[in-house]
Design a protein around this ligand. Structure first.
Ligand code: ZN
Length: 196
């Protein structure tokens, strides 16, 4: 039997998140570089991020060649661009960074895959790098249940935007995240759910 999917959010109709979607339009530009292994991953959070922040851009790839076109494009504009990545040279992402509109690049993949992307792309290493302050993630519960990074990109984007644009209401992103977590918990067998 084939499952019916919601045309708007792309989730199975039984798990439709549309009612929880309220789009926000930050002045910062979010650019997600998604590892190919994430594209078909059911638990990937980027689709939700795209619902919450319609202007987000997603480019799939891993190697420098995969991003050649993007790099040429980025080289043509002067928008300050930061990489969200906790490297040795990384600095805390702060509002000061956003006196003008900035572009923030997020890597979407498991810890291992994003490390690989970072290593394969010297142009990413050459970008100024930022990390997020530790904040209690709303979806922490589900992280134990699934892959350690299952919802990280949506969460990271929400935290990053609130750092960059303190006046921006990112609550809709957290609402969406919470909705997804609730749905997943509801679908878990009770015995499993009790552990979270
Ligand atoms: Zn829907």
């Amino acid at each position: 039997m084939s499952r019916c999917y919601c045309e708007q959010c792309g989730y199975p109709e039984t798990a439709c998140v549309c009612a929880a979607v309220s789009a926000i339009y930050p002045s910062s530009q979010l650019l997600v570089l998604q590892h190919p292994s994430e594209v078909e991953h059911a638990k990937n959070s980027v689709r939700l991020l795209q619902l919450a922040v319609p202007d987000v851009r997603v480019i799939v790839g891993e190697t420098e060649a995969d991003f050649a076109e993007l790099r040429a494009e980025l080289a043509r504009d002067n928008m300050p661009t930061f990489l969200l990545y906790p490297s040795e040279n990384s600095q805390l992402l702060q509002t000061d960074d956003s006196s003008e509109a900035v572009r923030l690049i997020l890597l979407d993949g498991t810890w291992r895959k994003t490390l690989k992307m970072y290593r394969l792309n010297p142009w990413l290493q050459a970008l100024p790098q930022r990390y997020l302050p530790l904040m209690a993630p709303t979806a922490y519960r589900i992280r134990k249940a699934n892959r350690s990074d299952s919802l990280s990109t949506l969460e990271a984007a929400a935290v990053a935007l609130s750092q960059l644009e303190p006046g921006l209401d990112v609550a809709p992103m957290h609402v969406l995240l919470a909705e997804l977590v609730e749905q997943r918990l509801r679908r878990m067998p009770v015995k499993v759910r009790e552990r979270y």
